[in-house]
Design a protein around this ligand. Structure first.
Ligand code: NDP
Length: 304
């Protein structure tokens, strides 16, 4: 019988029913525990909130299965020598598609003008069609690609940009310039790595069409905060809807809270959903036991 350590105590109430069920459905004979002698643990289910920081004694552990898509808080842990898998969860992806599509439509349709209209202004200016509004997604991975598909289904011309070359997607420095130039609405769905930190700075924000809208559900560190405020003040960026921040919760005195050009959502764009994520965890344990390659294995050298 396998020992699976659920090392994210605060999430245990959500997983205590669906995870044993998913393991049983996958035919895995496992003891799911929240405490165990390290040398007895076969798999670790992990979240950044976990108190577990030293993986050295987990000599038998075949994989660490992260409940979050982002791995920046664990990927550099020098004690972690076991394979690390990140979360690609259908529930999380659906949530992100809804957040990105909803906020894209908010800005595309200019909804704010009608929702908050204290002067009762009758302004019959119609928004353009989606087909006339360029959207760019930086990061065309599991989440970016799903958002691109949803936005394309609404007729938005979507430009994607990623690290490696792939069909229909830009890459590299020249590709970034082109992607930003097309971005009336820019969505950032990149992981936080040394390469992506401050990718949006004074220089790159200037490559956007004037008045572009930014949606950042990726990571706060992708954007230089001060450069964004300056670009908003100068009208270079029309609005920024931000879900993620360098420090969370966003400190009360942070200028984003009071800036009229910023909408803050409190890291709610997409949550891992226990009912679907439990099956992803179970499938990876099944794979590990069958000697098959793990799903969503993190490449430590590239950091995501
Ligand atoms: P993936 O690993 O599937 O995709 C990452 C994408 O970013 C890939 O297309 C990758 O390129 C690209 N990328 C990485 N580094 C670079 C770089 N240096 N230059 C250009 N492109 C780069 O991740 P997910 O789609 O699953 O998740 C993306 C991020 O979304 C997570 O890392 C996390 O930070 C954030 N997130 C936020 C949530 C929220 O609630 N706000 C919830 C879940 C995730 P390539 O395809 O070439 O590898």
């Amino acid at each position: 019988m396998l020992t699976v350590l659920f090392a994210a105590p605060s999430l245990w109430p959500e997983y205590q029913e669906p995870l044993p069920r998913a393991l049983a459905e996958a035919g895995i004979d496992a003891r799911l525990v929240t405490k165990a002698a390290p040398e007895a643990v076969d798999y670790i289910v992990y979240a950044p909130s976990s108190p577990l920081q030293d993986f050295t004694p987990y000599t038998r552990t075949k994989a660490v299965l992260n409940l979050w898509a982002g791995v920046e808080r664990i990927v550099g842990n020098p004690t972690l020598t076991q394979p690390l898998c990140r979360m690609v969860d259908p529930g999380l992806t659906e949530g992100m598609v809804e957040w990105v599509t909803g906020h894209t439509l908010r800005h595309h349709l200019g909804m704010d003008r009608h929702i908050v209209n204290p002067g009762h202004v009758w302004d019959p200016a119609c928004p353009p069609l989606a087909r006339e509004r360029g959207v760019t997604i930086l990061g065309m991975g599991a989440l970016g690609a799903a958002c691109a598909a949803a936005l394309r289904a609404l007729n938005f011309p979507v430009t994607g940009w990623s690290r490696t070359a792939k069909p229909g997607c830009l890459h590299g420095e020249e590709g970034l310039r082109e992607a930003l130039a097309r971005a009336e609405i820019l969505v950032t769905l990149l992981p936080k790595t040394p390469e992506t930190e401050n990718l949006l700075n004074g220089r790159t924000l200037a490559m956007l069409p004037r008045g572009a809208v930014i949606l950042n559900p990726g990571r706060g560190a992708l954007i230089d905060d001060a450069a964004l405020i300056a670009a908003l003040d100068a009208g270079q960026v029309g609005h920024a809807t931000l879900d993620v921040f360098r420090i969370e919760p966003l400190p009360q005195d942070h200028p984003f809270w009071s800036h009229p050009g910023v909408t803050v959502t409190p890291h709610i764009a997409a949550d891992t959903r226990a009912s679907t994520a439990a099956h992803v965890i179970a499938e990876n344990i099944r794979r590990g036991e069958a000697g098959e390659p793990f799903l969503h294995l993190v490449d430590r050298t590239r950091g995501y």
